[in-house]
Design a protein around this ligand. Structure first.
Ligand code: FE
Length: 244
């Protein structure tokens, strides 16, 4: 196997992914490629930067309860903290990487012009946040638990409550994207997107655990979601590049 230069693409392991065409998930009728895939050469622009530092972030960027709220007001919903470690395949911390999250509000509605779900928008909730991992690879953000929402698939299927995650890495080509679910949610087992992931253990690793040791008394419950970039215990990434 060739050595990868920093920022290089790694080839995707397609066996870990659902087939591009997965009939129970109706959108794949339109999204699945109809021709053989082509590999593109990487350019220097794909392999370098950008580099993020603490100076690029605002103090409230990892506080979704406050970062969109009017002064003196807060987002409505079940208050939670979500934290975890970002690790490589040997459990070593991945430091100073930009982690971005986006989610629906407590009623299951996104602040997005294409979201037509009838649940109300919360004027104090934007639904986006970001932070950098620290020297131990830890991240932390505060938010409200998102609601489940319906989507048109076999009539009306439902997405379990979830938070979308992006890890930026060191170059544009390294960005990884996944979704986090909540322990005990009965909708996880019914979701055609979750069930599109072939390996049950990989599905399980997307479920954050309730962690009462880290709850904030009289304030917030805590959920722990560790992210592993590669190896046998790798987190499932929607766009997972693989090859090592
Ligand atoms: Fe979503």
């Amino acid at each position: 196997m060739r050595n990868l230069e920093e920022g290089d693409f790694q080839r995707r392991d397609r066996a870990m992914h659902p087939p591009a065409f997965t009939p129970v998930y109706k959108s794949t009728y339109l999204r699945a490629p109809r021709h053989a895939l082509l590999s593109l050469e990487q350019s220097i622009g794909d392999k370098t930067g950008p580099v993020f530092g603490q100076g690029h972030l605002n103090p409230l960027d990892n506080d979704l309860i406050l970062n969109y709220a009017r002064p003196g007001e807060e987002a409505i919903g079940e208050r939670i903290v979500v934290y975890g470690h970002v690790m490589d395949e040997f459990g070593r911390p991945v430091r100073n990487t930009l982690l971005e999250v986006w989610q629906a509000n407590a009623g299951g509605r996104y602040r997005h012009k294409r979201d037509g779900y009838l649940a109300a928008l919360d004027p104090n909730f934007g639904g986006c946040g970001r932070c950098l991992t620290d020297d131990e690879g830890r991240y932390f953000f505060r938010t409200i638990r998102p609601g489940p929402y319906p989507f048109p698939n076999n009539g009306s299927d439902w997405r379990p409550a979830h938070i979308h995650f992006s890890l930026f890495g060191e170059a544009f080509a390294q960005r990884l994207v996944t979704q986090m679910y909540f322990e005990g949610d009965p909708l996880i087992a019914l979701c055609p997107m979750v069930n599109g992931i072939p390996d049950p253990a990989a599905r399980e690793r997307l479920v954050a655990r309730l962690d009462m040791a880290e709850m904030v008394p009289f304030d917030s419950l805590a959920y722990r979601f560790d992210i592993v970039l590669r190896g046998r215990r790798s987190t499932f990434f929607e766009n997972r590049p693989e090859g090592l």
